[in-house]
Design a protein around this ligand. Structure first.
Ligand SMILES: [Zn+2]
Ligand SMILES: [Zn+2]
Length: 233
């Protein structure tokens, strides 16, 4: 019985870290501005590039892509250890957070992932490319979570993110960046249909060099068909 409870706690930890990854990603996409002090250049700008060209970040090294979330994961594990609460579910939560961007990155290079990632994909616990491709479709406002395939369908069906936007966008405003295309928000928080603006001139854009199995510049759904469509460093 204890084993069942422990497995249940691990699953809850996995779902929790997936939910947190979605919240961070949604906040980045919804409120992020490239001009915001520190965060703009560090987080939002690479996110914008990733939405324009899903393959742009895959050539970045491990450290460049993961140092910040890795530190956050270490901090969570360290604090839990300090207070005597570091157990398997907490470790899973910390690890999932530390590797969230790497899990996202693997989804963009399915032909190059190590064997243990394929094994994790085979278990069905780790999010796969076909699932994440949904975030790169259309207005890029669904499937914000990047760790498992379980949380996104629930949140999207409940229109959870639209509900949050209805409450928070009128308060804080939202730029609805052109990299998210197709829809813009007015100050009342209501979505307004609009034409996707042309990419601005002069902004750095990665060379379009699709890798084997990677999403082409305007996304594929993992089946090889062009798809109507996170963290991205
Ligand atoms: Zn992506
Ligand atoms: Zn996004």
């Amino acid at each position: 019985m204890e084993v069942v409870v422990e497995v249940g706690r691990v699953l809850v930890a996995l779902l929790a870290v997936d939910f947190v990854s979605g919240c961070v990603h949604w906040a980045e996409d919804t409120f992020g501005r490239e001009t915001t002090w520190v965060v703009g250049r560090w987080i939002v700008a690479p996110n914008v590039v990733h939405h324009r060209d899903a393959n742009a970040f895959v050539e970045r090294g491990w450290f460049a892509s993961n140092w910040d979330l890795g530190l956050a994961g270490l901090l969570i594990a360290g604090l839990a250890g300090l207070f005597g609460r570091l157990d398997v579910p907490v470790a899973v939560f910390a690890l999932g957070g530390a590797f969230a961007n790497q899990i996202h990155k693997w989804n963009h290079v399915p032909a190059r992932v190590p064997f243990f990632v394929r094994a994790l994909w085979a278990t069905g616990l780790l999010q796969r490319p076909q699932h994440h491709a949904g975030h790169h479709r259309g207005d890029k406002n669904t499937r914000y979570c990047v760790v498992t395939p379980f949380v996104n369908p629930v949140l999207d069906r409940l229109r959870f993110w639209r509900g949050l936007e209805r409450v928070l966008v009128p308060v804080f405003g939202a730029p609805r960046r052109e990299d998210l295309a197709g829809v813009s928000w007015n100050r009342s928080g209501r979505a307004v249909e609009g034409r996707a603006p042309a990419p601005p001139c002069g902004r750095a854009r990665s060379a379009p060099s699709p890798l084997p199995g990677a999403f082409p510049a305007e996304e594929r759904d993992g089946s090889g068909r062009p798809g109507p469509g996170a963290r991205s460093r």
